[in-house]
Design a binder for this molecule. Structure first.
Ligand code: FES
Ligand code: FES
Length: 176
C-alpha cells in the first residue's frame, strides 16, 4: 500500500513522516519517530498509557491514525521537560513516589499536564476525574493525586513569578 506523507509538529518541532493509512499515531511515534515514551498497554483506548495531546486535547494515540496528525500540534511525554529541567509534575512524581513499574507514568504525566494547562488549581476530585482514563496497577492512585496536587502548587508559583516579572518589565518600560 502506498504510504501517506504527513506534516505535523511534535513537541514544537516541525516533523514529517510517511505512514500507512491504517497505522496508529502510537505506532508512528514509537516506530517511525523514535518517541517511545507513550506505551501500548491495551491498544483499545482503555488504559491511557499511550496518552498524547493533539492541539492541546488529550487523546489515546492508539485510537488515532498517524494520518490524522496532519497539520496538528502533537505533544508527547518527551516534550514535558525543558531541556534538563524537569516539569514540576515529573519532579513531584519522583518526590511522592507516584510510580513503581513506570509503564503507566508517561500517560499519567501527559494527562496531568493537560489538566494543569487548563486548570492550575484543581481539587482532588477534579484531578481524579481528569485521570480517570489512566490505569495504574501499582501505586493505588493516592500518591499520584498527591503528586499532581503538589505540582499544581509549583505551577501556580511559577505563574505568579512570571506575572511579577512581566509587571516589573512593564513598569521599567514606562519609566524610560
Ligand atoms: S494503549 Fe491506548 S489506551 Fe491503552
Ligand atoms: S506504576 Fe506500574 S502500572 Fe502504574
Amino acid at each position: 500500500m502506498p504510504g501517506l506523507h504527513v506534516s505535523t509538529t511534535v513537541n514544537g518541532d516541525v516533523t514529517e513522516f510517511v505512514c500507512q493509512p491504517d497505522e496508529t499515531l502510537l505506532d508512528v511515534l514509537r516506530n517511525r519517530l523514535g518517541l517511545t515514551g507513550a506505551k501500548e498497554g491495551c491498544g483499545t483506548g482503555d488504559c491511557g498509557a499511550c496518552s498524547v495531546t493533539i492541539d492541546g486535547q488529550l487523546v489515546c494515540s492508539c485510537l488515532v491514525l498517524g494520518a490524522e496528525a496532519e497539520g496538528c500540534k502533537v505533544g508527547t511525554i518527551e516534550g514535558l521537560a525543558d531541556g534538563d529541567t524537569l516539569h514540576p509534575l515529573q519532579e513531584q512524581f519522583i518526590e511522592h513516589a507516584a510510580l513503581q513499574c513506570g509503564i503507566c507514568t508517561p500517560g499519567f504525566l501527559v494527562a496531568a499536564k493537560a489538566l494543569l494547562d487548563d486548570n492550575s488549581n484543581p481539587s482532588d476530585e477534579e484531578i481524579r476525574f481528569a485521570l480517570a482514563g489512566n490505569l495504574c496497577r501499582c501505586t493505588g492512585y493516592d500518591k499520584i493525586v498527591r503528586a499532581v496536587n503538589a505540582a499544581a502548587k509549583d505551577v501556580r508559583k511559577q505563574q505568579a513569578r512570571l506575572q511579577k516579572q512581566a509587571r516589573l518589565k512593564k513598569a521599567a518600560k514606562k519609566r524610560r
